[in-house]
Design a protein around this ligand. Sequence first.
Ligand SMILES: Nc1ncnc2c1ncn2[C@@H]1O[C@H](COP(=O)(O)OP(=O)(O)OP(=O)(O)O)[C@@H](O)[C@H]1O
Ligand SMILES: [Mg+2]
Length: 276
Amino acid sequence: MSAAVKELRVSTGISGLDKMLKGGLIPGRPYVLCGTTGSGRTTLGVQFLQEGAKQGERVLLVAIDEPPAEIRGNVRYLGWDVGKIRILDVHPTAKAYSKKVSMVEVAAQRSVGSLREARDDARTEAMKQASPDLSAQSLQLMLKQEFKETRYSRVVIDSLTTLKRLSGDMDVDMGIMSLLRFLSESSVTCLVITDVPDATAVEPEIFVSRGEIRLHRLMTGTKIERCITIEKMRGSQHDTVPRPVAIAKEGLEVAAGKKVPKAALTMLQGVPGGPR
Ligand SMILES: Nc1ncnc2c1ncn2[C@@H]1O[C@H](COP(=O)(O)OP(=O)(O)OP(=O)(O)O)[C@@H](O)[C@H]1O
Ligand SMILES: [Mg+2]
């Protein structure tokens, strides 16, 4: 690969994944990182930020799924210096957001009734009540404030699925589209973590994002097999073959030159929206 091409790419911090991406991610764009629960999305996200921090970049993790202390604890065993990663705590247990534009202020602009729509999922409801003011719109305002103060190169949102669940916006999709457009205009390289998209629904983030990386956690017989696929990557060639993933002491490892075991491949092919 020529030096000029290399310069245009952002390393994910995982050499095997960079190989699959033909050098890394195209900078300044939002990407979807999706997968089933426990597939390694948060680990990959932190690894991506860690790589930026290592290169002296400013990096931000928007923590919605887990409180920052838990994230720090979970990745500390990897020996990573997570201290260099700024964590924006928007987890529902966050007591308050101390910036000038607070979630409370943002929420005050909208009707409380619309924030408390009844939903089936009791956990979601409990989280919503703990954080009734969290939405794509309020997050966008928070990030706007953050970006004014700090020039970030990399951002991870963990996760958009939880944000959607908690969001009281009447039109969640519009809020998500606007957030992604804002991220794009901000020229940060962003990983937006989501659950595996519903094959029957048109998820706005999949539509708008410049690429989609998917982590798979498959139970084959008595064993968990992990693998990774690149579902789409606008403006770039990429590996179209599923590759094995291991979560080791140093984090996620992608075996770019290897094929996934047959049993895992068979399962993958049975998954709606599986490898194309
Ligand atoms: N040292 C390790 N060695 C092997 N596997 C590990 C190690 N540490 C974590 N794991 C695996 O990685 C998984 C955690 O990955 P991670 O939290 O990044 O996934 P996730 O997709 O973000 O999941 P969640 O749905 O919980 O958000 C654990 O469930 C465990 O199976
Ligand atoms: Mg996670």
